[in-house]
Design a protein around this ligand. Structure first.
Ligand SMILES: Cc1ncc(COP(=O)(O)O)c(C=O)c1O
Length: 340
């Protein structure tokens, strides 16, 4: 792909050659279909358009040091996609079909997998929608799953450099017993206002506080939150956050590297005691946070000296190393895609 500036790619949509689709109708999933259209024909009364029956995923494929293409932890995304569907009464896509579709869509678009050493990757976006035409509020009968891909660069403009975030008790992304643990469009619609307020004030994202007690950190925009204190990696335990696959992987790597992992409530008062803080996710990878401003109190918390902290750097390098095939994949997280 001679006309793509791989090193300066934003995190955005780039058209590719093909997407893959699978439809559930008459009570069963059909065959996996390959499409070269960027559009989905849909009835104007489709359930997803009115009552938000939509779930999605986000995972990545990387071109490794050895030239091979690896997809990171797709079985975990398959399981979360199923849980999200079940959470909003959609027909769950069997995990083996999800994995087959991911392998197929990457194999069909290998020329869009960014070269090794550019820092870019191929973002894989599965989505499921309720497509039955209906007007009453009830689950759709028929569903469509589409998986498309797009080469992407870093999510935060700063890349692996400290970013600035803000927090406020005045915005909730989800309800305490709501749908926060599912990756569904409605949660993101509900977060757009707070996200834009954060951007307008010059911050990368809004750091959410738990919606029930307003005492604990929840998550950091579309990424999980973590703090590092001494040799401990501390990350929120909360039912209102998305269980991040990146965070789960980092917890494992932190343990492998001899750190202590704590998954628990993190009270706001604890923030000043952290040596390093950051956000993590498929898109964010590990993004160090250098400053958190509390919009309600005017208080500002600063971390580090403008550079990523040593523990965040160690974890980042380990994670990237595995994804790029530079480090042994001891936990069997990568699936290598056969190139035709
Ligand atoms: C709200 C939210 N939290 C956390 C994450 C990070 O999850 P993962 O590491 O599985 O990408 C994401 C992105 O998927 C997200 O949208």
């Amino acid at each position: 792909m001679e006309n793509i500036d791989w090193k300066n790619l934003p995190f955005g949509y780039v058209p590719t050659d093909y997407n893959v689709r699978c439809t559930f109708s008459d009570g069963k999933w059909g065959p996996i279909e390959v499409s070269d259209s960027e559009y989905i024909p849909m009835h104007m009364a489709a359930a997803c358009l009115h009552y938000g029956q939509e779930a999605f995923e986000g995972l990545k494929a990387f071109r490794g040091a050895d030239g091979k293409i690896r997809v990171f932890r797709m079985d975990e995304n398959a399981a979360r996609f199923r849980r999200s569907a079940e959470g909003i009464m959609m027909e769950p896509l069997p995990e083996e079909i999800f994995c087959e579709m991911v392998k197929k869509v990457v194999a069909l678009n290998t020329r869009f997998v960014p070269p090794y050493g550019t820092g870019a990757s191929l973002y894989i976006r599965p989505l499921e929608i309720g497509i039955s035409p209906q007007v009453g509020v009830k689950p759709s009968k028929d569903y469509m799953v589409v998986i498309f891909v797009s080469p992407v660069g870093p999510y935060f403009k700063t890349g692996f450099n400290p970013t600035k975030v803000c927090m406020s008790r005045n915005y909730d992304r989800v309800a305490p017993l709501g749908t926060g643990a599912f990756k569904i469009g409605g949660n993101y619609a509900a977060s757009l206002k707070a996200g834009e307020i954060a951007h307008d004030k010059g911050y990368s994202v809004m750091l959410y506080i738990d919606p029930k007690e307003k005492k604990y950190f929840d998550e950091c925009g579309a990424a999980n939150f973590f703090g590092i204190k001494g040799n401990s990696y501390i990350t929120p335990h909360s039912d209102s956050i998305l269980p991040s696959i990146t965070n789960k992987s980092i917890c494992q790597l932190a343990e492998d590297l001899g750190m202590t992992v704590e998954r628990r409530h993190i009270p706001i008062e604890e923030l000043e005691t952290f040596d390093e803080v950051g956000a993590c996710g498929t898109a964010a990878v590990i993004s160090p946070v250098g400053q958190i401003d509390d919009l309600d109190t005017g208080r500002s918390y600063k971390f580090g000296d403008g550079k990523p902290g040593p523990k965040s750097t160690m974890l980042y390098e380990k994670l990237r190393g595995i994804q790029l095939g530079e480090e042994p994949d001891t936990h069997g997280w990568n699936v290598v895609i056969e190139e035709k």
